[in-house]
Design a protein around this ligand. Structure first.
Ligand code: MOS
Length: 727
């Protein structure tokens, strides 16, 4: 990258002011006036209508009758959509692995889960819509339902493909044989409960079908809270039969060619109020678009908080068995991680708990296995570091158990089994400073006080640690740079600003690559009218879109010397760098915590957390720190409080609100030290960056569980670690 000015490294946040002053506009904020920015020239749409969803109250069966008469009488109600009158949708591919790939709303009378949308009221205002839905009820023919994960574990079925297509079962060496003859064995079951993302902004869509136009190709525009505008556009195009078949193929092809995908669907997500994996191809997208088509009005559907639990995905429950075989010096010869994952009848996503298992430590014999139990609940999906979050809880707890059994320091055990190369592929790492992370984290937490400082008044003190890890995802992307006559530069890519600071980070990358001050750069994201970029997921945005920006900057610099023409636009492509690298690529880190556990009440106070991360070049320390911090806070929630519980009779989420689904608040958050270890990843990519959005959550739960063990001698193998488990 060009050398000056040194913008990477400067703590900046371009979109911060708009957010903290309330000027930022999210999907739910759009109404008649603000919709105008998305209209065709000369178009005057009808008034925006408001939709509200009615949900099923049984977990399985058929709708016999839907009683909508009373709701129809409410002043302001325009229409009520049910499976009888709703527009028909075509089976569409879902790039977000959402349940819409398997099940489309309001298409038939079958009920797969409690909370499934069964009707949609469309009214002049949200008050009328929300009143009307309370007057609608259904009569059902119920069928037997399976909603209890634990009770159905024996029905688990093997999964051939998990995550984004990895093998569900993988073996290297002779894991079983080596385990059986191991000197020291660890064999335990670890369980984790379902948890929901609870992004601040609920799922929301404003859909508008444009009046037919001779000059404009876009027929449907959706402003939508989504992590993947192109993914949603492709889904909608296929579902409404607007000629978007083979969307995924076209996406890849178009990125490869550097061309823009012309389309009849536009999806815009100017700002997204958090998602953590939950946003994209959700049913509200299809419902709002159906309602707009049916009524001929723009229609807005904003989910209520309880609906975000049942109409959006979540992290399902998991039951994992870890087996470790080692010798008395701590060398691990066998590592087996087998998971039974909770899923749904309508589910398409199996959480990949084995994604990093065989890459993480220098273990010659490994086994990974995924099975799933399909229940009558809404579909599970991606949630921050899918797979790896529950996997690291189980694996890093088991390592602590092994260290304890061998009386070896937990850091030492990890160093004994340190993977200098990727043990699964034999490839060298593009870079790996995990050792430095252990040292930095241990020093920040005061690891030397472990087993020295054991008590403080009524509280037992404990220290725990775990490894954090996340793969480096480098996806195809494009970006456009335009040099204006006044010397300013416009950066455009369809990347999503989901709260992580992408607007700032992409601006920083462009400014540095062009040798401009950041004030001269403007960034536009979140719209399928912009050059195609991949989703806000897999911690991939900065690296993927950033690489496209670097490519564009190189071309722009060259073109600037050839022509005085302004504005001057060039397109950069990151498609070619996508693919197999000759290096193993991942970000690594270490989580350290200190806890104080009350002898009498069992209350666990995390008093200090220290995370050290080696994640390539840090492009912007302010947004990077927030990502690590947010991940660690979410990890604390996962460890100690987050748990969505099902009513085992009706299959309903019983704590589907922020009063009863506990997440960490400021009072729960201790002092957090974050250290970013300098790392040169130029062998991994030109940008030298790695993903930082998800690694922060990984390892936290195990570090806390290990600290609780260190404090109390109680090994808690199920999350969340509530005080009843400690007492
Ligand atoms: Mo993230 S769970 O890949 O959106």
């Amino acid at each position: 990258m060009p050398d000056n000015p040194k913008l990477t490294g400067a703590p900046v946040r371009l979109e911060g002011r708009a957010k903290v002053t309330g000027a930022a506009r999210y999907t739910g904020d759009f109404a008649d006036e603000t919709l105008s920015a998305y209209l065709h020239p000369g178009e005057t749409p009808k008034k925006v209508l408001y939709a509200a969803a009615v949900q099923s109250t049984i977990p399985a069966g058929r709708i016999l009758a839907l009683h909508t008469e009373a709701a129809e009488q409410i002043v302001g109600v325009h229409a009520i959509l049910t499976h009888k009158n709703a527009p028909r949708l075509k089976k569409a591919r879902s790039l977000m692995q959402s349940e819409l790939a398997k099940y489309l709303p309001l298409q038939n009378d079958t009920i797969h889960y409690h909370g499934q949308p069964i009707a949609l009221v469309i009214a002049e205002n949200s008050e009328a819509a929300n009143h009307a839905i309370t007057l609608i009820y259904a009569t059902y023919a119920e069928s037997p339902a399976h909603v209890d994960f634990e009770a159905n574990l024996h029905k688990a079925q093997p999964e051939k493909k998990v995550g984004s297509g990895e093998a569900g079962h993988k073996e290297r060496g002779h894991p079983q044989h080596e385990f059986n003859k191991s000197e020291v064995q660890i064999d335990h079951i670890y369980t984790t409960d379902p948890t929901h993302h609870n992004a601040m902004e609920p799922g929301a869509t404003l859909a508008h079908w444009h009046a037919p136009s001779k000059t404009e190709s876009i027929e449907l525009t959706c402003i939508c809270s989504t992590q993947f505008v192109y993914g949603d556009a492709i889904f909608l195009g296929e579902a409404f039969d607007l000629g978007m078949r083979d969307g995924m193929l076209r996406l890849g092809l178009q990125i490869g060619l550097g061309a823009e995908m012309s389309s009849k669907v536009r999806v815009a997500a100017p700002l997204i109020g958090g998602g953590f994996g939950s946003k994209g191809n959700n049913s509200h997208l299809a419902l709002a678009a159906m309602a707009a088509k049916y009524t001929g009005h723009p229609v807005k559907l904003v989910l209520t908080r309880p609906q975000t639990f049942s109409m959006m995905p979540y992290r399902g429950g998991a039951c994992q068995r870890i087996r470790l075989g080692a010798d008395s010096t701590g060398r691990i010869s066998t590592l087996m991680q087998e998971g039974i994952l909770q899923n749904a009848e309508t589910g398409t996503f199996i959480e990949p708990i084995g994604e990093m298992t065989s890459h993480l430590y220098n273990v010659p014999n490994t086994l990974i296995d995924h099975q799933s139990v399909r229940l009558n609940v809404n579909a599970t999906g991606w949630m921050r570091a899918p797979g790896i979050t529950p996997a690291q809880f189980a694996l890093e707890s088991a390592l602590d158990e092994l260290a304890d059994k061998l009386a070896i320091d937990p850091i030492e055990l990890r160093l004994i089994n340190y993977a200098e190369k990727d043990p699964d592929t034999g490839k060298e790492w593009s870079s790996k400073k995990l050792r430095e992370c252990y040292i930095a984290g241990a020093s920040a937490i005061g690891w030397h006080k472990r087993n020295v400082e054991t008590r403080e008044g009524e509280e037992a003190i404990g220290y725990g640690m775990a490894t954090a890890v996340y793969p480096t995802n480098h996806f195809p992307s494009t970006a456009r740079l335009t040099l204006n006559a006044d010397g300013t530069v416009l950066v455009q890519a369809s990347a999503q600003e989901i709260g992580q600071g992408t607007i700032t980070t992409l601006g920083v990358i462009a400014a540095e690559a062009l040798g401009l001050p950041l004030t001269q750069v403007r960034v536009e994201v979140g719209d399928t009218t912009l050059p195609m970029a991949f989703m806000a997921g897999g911690s991939s945005t900065s690296l993927s879109v950033g690489t496209a920006i670097l490519d564009a900057a190189k071309k722009l610099r060259k073109k600037m010397t050839q022509t005085q023409e302004r504005p001057l636009s060039v397109k950069g492509i990151a498609g070619r760098t996508f693919g197999r690298s000759k290096y193993g690529r991942a970000a690594f880190g270490a989580q350290f915590v200190r806890v104080a556990v009350n002898h009498h009440t069992g209350k666990i106070r995390v008093t200090h957390m220290a995370g050290a991360f080696a994640a390539g070049r840090i492009l912007n320390p302010r947004t990077a720190r927030s990502q690590f911090l947010g991940g660690m806070v979410m990890g604390l929630g996962h460890a100690l409080m987050e748990q969505t519980s099902l009513d085992l009779t009706h299959g309903a989420w019983v704590n589907a609100n922020l009063g009863e689904a506990h997440v960490p608040t400021n009072a729960d958050i201790p002092e957090i030290t974050i250290q970013m270890i300098e790392e040169d990843d130029s062998r991994g990519s030109d940008l030298g960056a790695k993903g930082i959005g998800e690694i922060g959550i990984t390892g936290v739960a195990a570090a806390i569980a290990n600290a609780v063990y260190n404090a109390t001698g109680k090994r808690i193998r199920s999350l969340p670690i509530t005080l009843d488990k400690v007492l």
